[in-house]
Design a protein around this ligand. Structure first.
Ligand SMILES: CC(C)(COP(=O)(O)OP(=O)(O)OC[C@H]1O[C@@H](n2cnc3c(N)ncnc32)[C@H](O)[C@@H]1OP(=O)(O)O)[C@@H](O)C(=O)NCCC(=O)NCCS
Length: 180
C-alpha cells in the first residue's frame, strides 16, 4: 500500500509490531463506541486484527512524525451502499489524547486526494453515528455532502441501536471546489 505523507503524519501499511500502540486506543470504550467496534480485550486480539488489516490492504496506520508512534488508522473500504465498483467508503479512528488538533482532518484530506488523484475513484462515501459530533465536523470540513440518515442502522456491541448519518463526495464536485 502506498505511503502518504502530510505535514504532521505518515500514513503507511501496518506492521504486527504496531500492536502495542494500536491496543492503547483500540481497547478504549469511547473509541470502539464511536467507530462501531467492540473494544479490543487483549493484545492478541489486536494482533489478529492488524494481521487482517495487513492482508486486506485497505487500512493505513497513522503514524505521528514527531514520535514515530501509531496514533490511529484510516481506511478506504468497499462501499456498503453502492453497486458502482469505483466508489469507496472512508473510515477512521484516532487515539483520544491526539484528538482536537486537526490531525484527522489532515489525514482525511490526504486520503481524499489519494482516492481521486491516484486511485481515480468516482465517489467517496463517509458515515458516522448520529451522536458523533467530532466525526460530523471532520466530514463536513473535508467537503462531504450530507445525504441523509438511516434510522437504527446498526446495533452496537452493548445492544445500543444507532442511527447512521451518511455523506458522499463526488470526484467532479471535489475538483470543482479545489479549483476555486
Ligand atoms: C472522529 C475523530 C476521528 C475526530 O478526530 P480529531 O482529530 O479530533 O478531529 P479534528 O481535530 O480534525 O477535528 C475536526 C473538528 O471536530 C471538532 N471535534 C473534535 N472532537 C470533538 C468532540 N469530541 N466534540 C465536538 N467537536 C469535536 C474539532 O474541534 C474540529 O472542529 P473545529 O476545527 O471547528 O474546532 C475522533 O474523535 C475519533 O477517532 N473518535 C473515536 C472513533 C470514531 O468516532 N471514529 C469515527 C467513526 S465515523
Amino acid at each position: 500500500m502506498e505511503t502518504i505523507t502530510t505535514s504532521r503524519l505518515i500514513l503507511r501499511a501496518f506492521k504486527l509490531s504496531d500492536a502495542a500502540d494500536e491496543f492503547e486506543f483500540a481497547s478504549l470504550d469511547e473509541v470502539g463506541f464511536g467507530a462501531g467496534f467492540k473494544p479490543h480485550q487483549n493484545i492478541e486480539e489486536t494482533e489478529k486484527i492488524l494481521a487482517r488489516f495487513i492482508a486486506q490492504d485497505e487500512v493505513w496506520a497513522i503514524e505521528l512524525k514527531e514520535t514515530g508512534r501509531v496514533i490511529g488508522s484510516i481506511g478506504l473500504h468497499p462501499d456498503r451502499f453502492r453497486e458502482e465498483l469505483n466508489t469507496k467508503e472512508i473510515g477512521y479512528v484516532l487515539s483520544p489524547q491526539y484528538q482536537k488538533q486537526g490531525l484527522m482532518l489532515e489525514a482525511v484530506n490526504a486520503v481524499i486526494d489519494f482516492a481521486f488523484n491516484k486511485q481515480n475513484l468516482s465517489l467517496l462515501a463517509a458515515n458516522h453515528f448520529s451522536f458523533n459530533e467530532a466525526s460530523r465536523k471532520v466530514v463536513l470540513k473535508a467537503g462531504f455532502n450530507y445525504d441523509g440518515i438511516i434510522r437504527r442502522a446498526k446495533c452496537l456491541y452493548d445492544g445500543t441501536k444507532v442511527d447512521l448519518m451518511i455523506y458522499s463526495l463526488d470526484k467532479k464536485q471535489y475538483f470543482s471546489k479545489e479549483s476555486k
